[in-house]
Design a protein around this ligand. Structure first.
Ligand code: 13P
Ligand code: SF4
Length: 371
C-alpha cells in the first residue's frame, strides 16, 4: 500500500467517494448532534464523509484512534475511540487489543504508545506534529545531568522523546507529577528530585511539595504565552467566570486562576461543578470538546492554538489508515529502557480523579534550581 497515491489507494480499497450522501448523513447523525454547537453545517458536510470513511477503515483494519483533548471536535467526538489527557491515552494504549493505533495527538504521544505496544503498528497522521517541550532536551542532556547529580532520581514529563525517557527513572504527566515526585523522593531516600524538562510545570509542582526540585529551561510554546495580566483582564471583562489553568502555564498565571490541573482535570471540573461561565487557560480546541458535553456552561475563549496538535486532521487520519502511514519506530534497545520508565508510571494506582494543583498550598513558595 505504501507506494500508492491516495487516489490509487482509495480505488484499490473500494473507499467511498466522500460525498455527503443521505447514508453518510444518517450514519454520522449522533456525532453531528454532539458537536453541532461548535461546527457549522457547511463544515459538517465536509467532515461527515471522512468520519464515515474512517469508521469503516477502523473496522476493516482492526484499528483504534486515540484522540487527545486538544484535537478538533470532529476528531475528538467524531473518530476518537479513546479520548483524554496524555496519562489516560498512555493507559489506553497499554490496554488496547487493536492491531493498529492511530495517534491523534503529537509525536511524543505516538512514541509513548509504541514504547508500550512494541508489537502493534502505531501511526501518526502527520510526523511533523512535534512539541516544544520534547524538542527542548536530548538523551545526552539527561545523561550529563545524571553524572552531575548522582543519586538524585530523574522524573521526566511524558512530553519528551523515547531517548529522554530511556535515561529516566520514571515518567509523569501533569495529572500525577506531584505524586510521582514525592514517591521517588521516598523511594530513593532523598530530599530532591530532578523533574525535566518543563520549567513551569516544575515550578508549579515545587509549590505543592516539600521535595526540592531541579529542572530545565523547557517551555510549552502555547502555555508560556499566558500572563497574569491576561487573567486580570479576563476577570475584569467576565467577573463571574471561573478560570481554570493548565500547570504548563507560568506560576503567576496559576496563582491568579481558580483551579489548576491537567486537561482531564479541567474537563472533570466542568462536568462536576457545572460553572455558569468558564475560561480554560490552555489550547483552544479543548474548550470546544468540553463544551459539547456541557451545554449549560458558557465558555469564554481566550486561548492559544498548538500548531503541532492542529496538524492532525480528519483527512490525514483517513490517509494514515488507508496508506498505513506514518509508522512510528523506536530503536528496540531505547524502547526497552524507556518502557521501564513509562510502565512504572502506568503501574501507579490510577487516580480516583485527575489531580488538581492546590492553589492554597501553593502560597508556600519554594523555588526550583534550573540545570
Ligand atoms: P495533558 O497531559 O494535560 O493531556 O497535557 C498534554 C499537553 O501536551 C499539554 O500541553
Ligand atoms: Fe507541546 Fe505545548 Fe503543544 Fe502540548 S500544547 S503538545 S506541551 S507545544
Amino acid at each position: 500500500m505504501l507506494n500508492l497515491s491516495i487516489r490509487e489507494a482509495l480505488v484499490a480499497d473500494g473507499s467511498t467517494s466522500l460525498a455527503f450522501t443521505r447514508e453518510v448523513e444518517e450514519g454520522t447523525a449522533p456525532v453531528w448532534e454532539k458537536i453541532r454547537s461548535r461546527v457549522t453545517p457547511m463544515e459538517w458536510r465536509l467532515h461527515a464523509p471522512l468520519v464515515d470513511e474512517i469508521d469503516r477503515l477502523k473496522r476493516q483494519k482492526n484499528a483504534v484512534v486515540l484522540a487527545h483533548n486538544y484535537m478538533a471536535p470532529e476528531i475528538f467526538h467524531g473518530v476518537g475511540d479513546f479520548t483524554g489527557d496524555s496519562l489516560g491515552l498512555a493507559r489506553e494504549a497499554a490496554r488496547s487489543e487493536a492491531a493498529i493505533i492511530v495517534q491523534a495527538g503529537v509525536h511524543f504521544m505516538a512514541e509513548t504508545s509504541k514504547i508500550l505496544c512494541p508489537d502493534k503498528t502505531v501511526l501518526i497522521p502527520d510526523p511533523r506534529a512535534g512539541c516544544s517541550l520534547a524538542a527542548s532536551i536530548t538523551g545526552a542532556d539527561v545523561r550529563l545531568i545524571r553524572e552531575r547529580h548522582a543519586g538524585v532520581p530523574v522524573v521526566t514529563y511524558v512530553n519528551t522523546s523515547a531517548a529522554v525517557k530511556a535515561e529516566s527513572d520514571i515518567c509523569c504527566t501533569s495529572a500525577n507529577a506531584v505524586e510521582v515526585v514525592e514517591r521517588m523522593a521516598r523511594e530513593f531516600g532523598v530530599d530532591r528530585v530532578i523533574l525535566l524538562p518543563d520549567e513551569y510545570l516544575a515550578r508549579n509542582v515545587a509549590r505543592q511539595t516539600a521535595v526540592r526540585i531541579l529542572s530545565w529551561r523547557g517551555r510549552c510554546e502555547v502555555h508560556e504565552k499566558f500572563t497574569a495580566q491576561d487573567i486580570a483582564e479576563i476577570r475584569e471583562a467576565w467577573p463571574g467566570a471561573e478560570i481554570l489553568a493548565h500547570p504548563e502555564c507560568p506560576t503567576e498565571v496559576l496563582a491568579a486562576a481558580d483551579f489548576a490541573g491537567s486537561t482531564a482535570a479541567m474537563s472533570d471540573y466542568v462536568a462536576r461543578r457545572k460553572p455558569r461561565q468558564v475560561v480554560l487557560i490552555t489550547e483552544c480546541s479543548m474548550a470546544d470538546n468540553v463544551a459539547c458535553d456541557a451545554p449549560e456552561t458558557q465558555f469564554v475563549r481566550p486561548c492559544n492554538l498548538c500548531p503541532h496538535m492542529q496538524r492532525i486532521t480528519l483527512a490525514n487520519i483517513r490517509d494514515a489508515l488507508l496508506l498505513g502511514r506514518f509508522e512510528i519506530t523506536v530503536d528496540p534497545a531505547t524502547a526497552a529502557r524507556a518502557r521501564v520508565a513509562v510502565q512504572r508510571m502506568i503501574d501507579l494506582p490510577p487516580p480516583a480523579r485527575p489531580a488538581r494543583y492546590d492553589l492554597v498550598r501553593a502560597r508556600h513558595h519554594v523555588d526550583v534550581e534550573l540545570l
